[in-house]
Design a protein around this ligand. Structure first.
Ligand code: C2E
Ligand code: MG
Ligand code: MG
Ligand code: MG
Length: 301
């Protein structure tokens, strides 16, 4: 993990140290114990409108601060939780934390939609829907403030279960975002049938844009595919002003990434959202010029 990754709150505990199954088992036992403690914390990363930098909402990203091992990255413990069957408990915890935060912001006059990542097993059965209904009800929060991010891969693997659950949630008003879009190898027909409200273009495509102009064409195609379905496209992993500018020129609706804002613990996220609102969404800090003139990238095509 790089110093940059460290700033996002993910780092330290190396994947290489986890290769034997005894270590995995003890990690799993420790995760079970951590479930309802403050070792688990949500970080929040803003999603912004590409055009004017206004805040669309935040994505909740789970962090595990292990007392001995340090920060354990989600790419390590999420698959572990998924394989061992404790994912529904973890998701329940994440939704509880996210809704508590949303209510705290609401009570402070801040209306911030939160997107929560969910896993394949969460979409099987009624549990997720029941947890969400109960949570929204106990805080008197509108369902439209909650978004779920599902991966394209997940949505195609569990297509039956996913469709039922997604339809029920959407009927409540919860919105669905298709995460890591472009990496799931789903057929276009399936994509057409999936009940989703937003498409997130995987960061590998965004990162490739600076390498070659062909990649810009691919991102353009992904944006157009979203628009053909009448859905907004959000680009993830935006690390430079130049990427933001190119995404703007391609008509990509939203941006998320280190250049825009890092994932932040709740206090810092609160300050970030407050400052943005006070500044007006058009505050010039780090947003591209609104002049739709030809950019250097477009010239290169
Ligand atoms: P994701 O949902 O696709 O989240 C985006 C990942 O990209 C996050 O990694 C985020 O910190 C990172 N990121 C954000 N901006 C940039 C950037 O500009 N450059 C780069 N290189 N990376 C950036 P993170 O937080 O390590 O999470 C990894 C994955 O773990 C997530 O991918 C998601 O699939 C999963 N995950 C995280 N939290 C949860 C959770 O609460 N529940 C579930 N089921 N999965 C989660
Ligand atoms: Mg996500
Ligand atoms: Mg993603
Ligand atoms: Mg991902």
């Amino acid at each position: 993990y790089t110093a940059k990754a460290d700033r996002t709150g993910v780092a330290a505990y190396s994947v290489h140290r986890d290769q034997n199954s005894a270590d995995r088992l003890s990690l799993l036992a420790e995760l079970r114990k951590a479930l309802n403690t403050d070792e688990l914390e949500l970080y929040y990363q803003p999603k912004l409108a590409t055009r004017d930098g206004s805040t669309l909402g935040v994505e909740a990203l789970l962090r595990w601060q292990h007392p001995q091992r340090g920060k354990v990255p989600p790419d390590l413990f999420i698959p572990l939780a998924e394989r061992s069957g404790i994912m529904p408990l973890l998701t329940e915890r994440v939704i509880g934390l996210a809704l508590a935060q949303m209510a705290a912001w609401r009570d402070a006059g801040m209306y911030v939609p939160i997107a929560v990542n969910v896993s394949p097993s969460d979409l099987i059965g009624d549990r997720l829907t029941d947890v969400i209904i109960a949570g929204l009800d106990s805080y008197s929060l509108p369902a439209a403030m909650l978004q779920l991010e599902i991966t394209e891969r997940m949505a195609t693997q569990q297509i039956e279960a996913a469709n039922n659950t997604l339809h029920r949630l959407r009927a409540l008003g919860v919105t669905i975002s298709l995460d890591d879009f472009g990496t799931g190898y789903s057929s276009l027909l399936r994509l057409h049938m999936l009940p989703v409200d937003e498409i997130k273009i995987d960061r590998v495509f965004v990162a490739a844009m600076s390498e070659d102009t062909e990649s810009i064409g691919i991102v353009r195609a992904l944006v157009d595919l979203a628009h053909a379905r009448g859905l907004p496209a959000i680009a993830e992993g935006v690390e430079t002003q130049d990427e933001w500018q190119v995404l703007y020129s391609l008509g990509c609706d939203g941006v998320q990434g280190w250049h825009v804002a890092m994932p932040m613990p709740h206090a810092q996220a609160t300050a970030w959202v407050k400052a943005r609102t006070a500044l007006s969404p058009l505050a010039p800090r780090a947003h591209p010029t609104l002049d739709r003139g030809v950019t250097s990238h477009e010239k290169a095509i």
